[in-house]
Write a protein that binds this ligand. Structure first.
Ligand SMILES: [Zn+2]
Length: 122
């Protein structure tokens, strides 16, 4: 999808209460497909979200990592432990890990970004 077209749809749909009719529309389907399947559209939408939230995304190797770390935090910026939607954690000490959802704070430390392959510096 053209990014300009995507931006239009994003303005129309993002963060809005949508009716069943809108959710079933071809426009919404195209928007949803683009956000999940079109890298340029995904990156743009993610950047908008992180900028709006004031998240310091520039300190991350890639937008995917920034977004997943952002999603792992609660409103106070604390790690949401044992939330099955959280797929990556970043600790204040600077290391990254994949949480094991076993009811505790178990995690597998990783040294490379699973999305862009960058070495994760300490
Ligand atoms: Zn990365």
């Amino acid at each position: 999808m053209e990014l300009e077209r995507f931006k239009e749809l994003h303005t129309r749909f993002f963060g809005k209460e949508l009716s069943e009719e809108e959710l079933q529309s071809e426009d919404y389907e195209a928007y949803s497909d683009a956000i999940h399947g079109d890298e340029a559209c995904y990156n743009w939408a993610t950047l908008e979200k992180l900028k709006n939230k004031g998240f310091d995304y520039q300190n991350y190797c890639c937008l995917m990592m920034a977004d997943k770390v952002y999603e792992s935090l609660d409103e106070e910026g604390e790690i949401r432990y044992d939330d099955p939607e959280v797929i990556i954690n970043k600790w204040d000490e600077g290391f990254y890990g994949i949480p094991v959802h076993n009811g505790g704070a178990t995690m597998v430390v990783i040294n490379y970004c699973p999305w862009c392959g960058s070495e994760l510096s300490k």
